[in-house]
Design a binder for this molecule. Structure first.
Ligand code: PXL
Length: 278
């Protein structure tokens, strides 16, 4: 059985980060391990008064124990990280668990719709660049891509050449593969474009564009893509599986949007995901 360790916070309520990543990776038939970076009562996207308990100091202890018992992982997938210190420690974790054939996958979670999530700064984006340099695959959305490149957010004002150019410049940060999420060239479709800097190959995959904002769909996408890549699907097929599943989750949330404004109803769609990878 393939094994992924995912490193991100646990937002106890809110359908994001670990409460999304673990069930999705498990449903794909991949062993899901985790390093929780912080415990929050809810995510930060729309709730007020949430608690935040930092677990940075636990990370080296967990990795030391794992090193001693000889654990290894087919992928290390990182999501929301809360501080500079955490990025440094996760970077050490990469050094310890990198092998010749596993994947280091970084979702540089920092913001969306042109804005930082609560608590993030340009200095954090600078530090995140260093983690991206060590990664095999990075998965920024358009906001995070602009923050990593230190340039203004393009909004809806871009074309395919702009995205290709952005992908090439992001790959210059050091990762072999860049996947840009939330790409849309017309109002009916949205999807992803990727670039492999070793082969010079671009790929893309689009599905329906559903108007509105759906929290944590980046975590759904990144968890699914990590699972698909580790299962051995090629990049084109992995992008398709991850986009189709994310859109499926959004569609299933539409009629419950009032009640489930804080995250998508991915639970309804796990059987579809299992069918997609058969
Ligand atoms: O979905 C990304 C995410 C993860 N973890 C926490 C968040 C967010 C986005 O707002 O607040 C705690």
């Amino acid at each position: 059985m393939k094994r992924i360790v995912t490193i991100q916070d646990i937002s106890c309520f809110g359908k994001c980060s670990l409460t999304v990543a673990l069930p999705i990776i498990s449903a794909m038939g991949v062993e899901a391990c985790c390093v929780p970076t912080a415990v929050l009562s809810t995510h930060t996207g729309g709730f007020t008064g949430y608690t935040y308990h930092d677990l940075t100091n636990d990370i080296p202890e967990i990795s030391n124990h794992w090193k001693n018992i000889g654990l290894n992982f087919d992928a290390v997938y990182t999501g929301y990280l809360g501080s500079f210190e955490q990025i440094k420690i996760v970077s050490d974790f990469f050094d310890i668990f990198k092998t010749s054939d596993n994947l280091l996958i970084v979702d540089p979670v920092m913001g969306d719709k042109g804005k930082f999530y609560a608590g993030f700064t340009n200095a954090f984006a600078e530090e995140m660049k260093k983690l991206c340099k060590k990664a095999d695959v990075i998965l920024p959305n358009l906001t995070e891509a602009a923050l990593l490149l230190g340039e203004p957010y393009a909004g809806d004002n871009y074309d395919e050449n702009f995205i290709k150019n952005m992908l090439i410049r992001l790959s210059a940060l050091g990762s072999k593969i860049v996947v840009l999420t939330g790409v849309s060239f017309d109002e009916n479709s949205q999807g992803v474009m990727s670039y492999n800097s070793e082969t010079g190959e671009f790929s893309s995959y689009f599905n329906d564009n559903i108007p509105g904002y759906f929290h944590s769909t980046g975590d759904v996408f990144s968890s699914t893509l990590s699972g698909a890549l580790v299962k051995g699907f090629d990049m084109g097929m992995s992008l398709k599986i991850a986009v189709d599943f994310t859109v499926d989750c959004i569609k299933h949330t539409l009629e419950y949007k009032k009640e489930h404004w804080y995250g998508v109803r991915f639970e309804d769609c796990l059987p579809d995901l299992i069918n997609m990878i058969k």
